[in-house]
Design a protein around this ligand. Structure first.
Ligand code: SF4
Length: 416
């Protein structure tokens, strides 16, 4: 197999006795209130369960929506026990279970998903919006639910709209699943610049009605709620909309997400108008290789020339893409992923060069794709320390340096 890279100070008080449980005292200033006090720990609902749990209240709120978790048996158990649905009820959530064959890439998970959706929609004509909900397993096997949603929407619209969002425990905790669900609705909301107040967050119907009544009493009339109770009744959105965020997750200051330097920070900046702080794992000592080329040992042994040509073509492709004419490649990227705009791609290339994501360190002399035994050992040692693999595993069998470190493509690099 070959892999390519890609205590608070006590403020003058006596020190506490060793071993005593100490609660730090934060002195509040009369002129600043508590806003200047340091945050010691943020806690709350975000610390429990994964984002799938949002389905429990979302399916009760949007009465003609169905939530199809694309996940494992664990996900099914979680939702079932969290929602506590009675056996004779017709629940509006289910789990399309990815089995061993899907996880091992032996079956086309998209095909299986399409069949599951077809069966579901023919049995349940009451469904008007179908959410495909991503889970840890679907993310690990990189099942592209956004494309699946587009494909299935094209098939079932206008009767049923298919949307997707991630509720996986890797990306979201608890109410963040609802956050993602509501965000998936935004692009399909009708646009209007009318003045209105939009209350965001799935409130129980009785609370929503009380809310509307109270707002009316204080003179706020044009009030809408997201999500609405029915798919055909979703609110409009536009320049005249003011927001009232009724759930804690939307004000989450401690949100952290994993992403690619070349993509997510820019997308967040554009969508939310804020510059997220970016922390590179590599800067924290995590020096493993990423975006590797993987194949079976058998192929490397039986057809090394094929592997060599594939690896070298990939290396040369990277040099041409970074330093040559990349129009054709960008056209293919945009065709396969319509979410990739010209500015997103240009920004990604700029950052890849600036941060040396593809070409830096060993690759400057040995060529893109450079790898070393030392870095492989460093990653293995970290994984052993973290308890992911056993120390007696022969990790050296998982990679080969036979096809890299040969300076392929260095001549394609601009000289300056
Ligand atoms: S999405 Fe992930 S964390 Fe949530 S139940 Fe499924 S496997 Fe567990």
């Amino acid at each position: 197999m070959s892999q390519l890279p890609s205590s608070l100070p006590h403020e003058g008080r006596p020190a506490p006795h060793a071993g005593a449980a100490v609660r730090p005292v934060i002195h509040l200033r009369a002129d600043a209130g508590c806003s200047d006090a340091p945050v010691l720990k943020e806690r709350g609902q975000r610390e429990v369960f994964c984002g799938l749990t949002g389905i429990v209240w979302l399916h009760r709120k949007i009465q003609d929506a169905f939530f199809l978790v694309v996940g494992s048996r664990t996900c099914a158990h979680l939702i079932q026990s969290a929602a506590g649905v009675m056996i004779f009820a017709e629940p509006r959530f289910a789990t399309a279970i990815l089995d061993e064959r899907d996880l091992a890439g032996l079956a086309d998970a998209n095909e299986e998903l399409d069949k599951a959706v077809q069966r579901l929609l023919s049995r349940r004509p009451d469904i008007k919006t179908l959410f495909l909900v991503g889970s840890c397993p679907s993310e690990v096997i990189k099942l592209d639910l956004s494309r699946a949603a587009q494909r299935l929407s094209a098939q079932f619209l206008p009767k049923v709209r298919v949307l997707n969002y991630s509720g996986s425990g890797i990306e979201t905790t608890f109410t963040q699943g609802e956050d993602a669900c509501l965000a998936s609705l935004v692009p399909i909301l009708p646009v209007s610049d009318a003045k209105q107040l939009l209350v965001v967050g799935a409130l129980p119907d009785v609370v929503e009605d009380q809310f509307a009544r109270l707002l009316k009493q204080i003179g706020i009339d044009n009030v809408a709620f997201l999500p609405a109770r029915h798919s055909h009744d979703m609110p409009v959105l536009g320049a005249g909309t003011q927001y009232l965020l009724a759930q804690p997750f939307l004000a989450d200051k401690s949100a952290v997400m994993q992403g690619y330097l070349s993509s997510e920070p820019y997308a967040i900046e554009k969508a939310a108008g804020i510059k997220p702080k970016v922390f590179l794992l590599a800067d924290e000592g995590f020096d493993t290789y990423s975006t590797t080329i993987d194949t079976r040992t058998e192929l490397v042994e039986k057809n090394p020339d094929l592997v060599k040509r594939f690896v070298e073509a990939s290396i040369i492709g990277w040099y041409n893409y970074l330093h040559g004419d990349n129009k054709a490649a960008n056209a293919l990227i945009k065709r396969d992923n319509p979410e990739m705009s010209d500015d997103l791609i240009a920004n990604g290339i700029r950052l890849m060069k600036e941060y040396g994501i593809v070409d830096s360190g060993d690759s400057l002399t040995a060529g893109i794709g450079a790898m070393s035994d030392a870095r492989m050992k460093s990653f293995f040692d970290k994984m052993v320390k973290a308890g992911v693999v056993k120390a007696d595993l022969d990790y050296r069998k998982s990679y080969t340096l036979a096809f890299v470190n040969k300076g392929v493509g260095l001549n394609l690099k601009p000289k300056n």
